[in-house]
Design a protein around this ligand. Structure first.
Ligand code: AMP
Length: 142
C-alpha cells in the first residue's frame, strides 16, 4: 500500500503557516483544525514543521512569553518527508525510528499532503478488517 492511497481518502489539503507566524497563532491553527502539526512554508517551499510537542517543550523551557515569538524559532528545520509512491510500511518505519507522528508528502518540490500516525493506523485497521472479511467469506463458501 502506498502513500497516495491515504491521500486519496483524506485529501491533499495541508494547513500551513509562514515562519513569522506567532506561536499564539500556531496554537490557534492547531486547535481550530484539530491537528497535531503544521507545515511551515516560505513561498510554497517547506522549510519546517511544528507540532504540539514543540509548543509544550518551549512552554516548559521558557514559559508563556514564547507565544509572542515566531514559529521559525521553535520549528524543526530538518524535515523528513516522503513521496506519494513511498510505501506505508516505509512511513511506519520512519515514524518509529525518528519518534514523530507526522510526515509531509512532497512531490517535485511541492507539498502535496501530510500523513499522521492516525491516518496510518486507520488504513491498517481497514486492511485488517477487509482481510478478516474475505477469510470469513472463504470459510463460508468453502
Ligand atoms: P510529533 O510526534 O509529530 O508531534 O513530533 C515530535 C517532534 O518531531 C517535534 O519536535 C516535531 O517538530 C518533530 N517532527 C514531527 N514530524 C517531523 C518530520 N516529518 N520530520 C522531522 N521532524 C518532525
Amino acid at each position: 500500500m502506498i502513500v497516495a492511497r491515504i491521500l486519496k481518502d483524506k485529501g491533499r489539503n495541508v494547513i500551513t503557516a509562514t515562519p513569522d507566524t506567532p506561536m499564539a497563532e500556531v496554537t490557534r491553527l492547531l486547535t481550530d483544525n484539530r491537528i497535531g502539526a503544521l507545515a511551515i512554508c516560505d513561498n510554497d517551499a517547506l522549510i519546517g514543521i511544528i507540532s504540539e510537542r514543540d509548543i509544550v517543550t518551549a512552554l516548559s523551557a521558557h514559559g508563556a512569553a514564547i507565544m509572542q515569538e515566531p514559529a521559525s524559532r521553535h520549528m524543526t528545520k530538518e524535515v523528513v518527508t516522503c513521496t506519494e509512491q513511498d510505501t506505508v510500511h516505509h512511513l511506519m518505519e520512519d515514524m518509529t525510528t525518528h519518534r514523530f507522528r507526522h510526515i509531509p508528502v512532497v512531490e517535485n518540490g511541492k507539498l502535496t499532503g501530510i500523513v499522521s500516525i492516525g491516518d496510518v493506523v486507520k488504513l491498517r485497521l481497514a486492511l485488517i478488517e477487509m482481510e478478516a472479511e474475505s477469510m470469513r467469506d472463504y470459510i463460508k463458501t468453502g
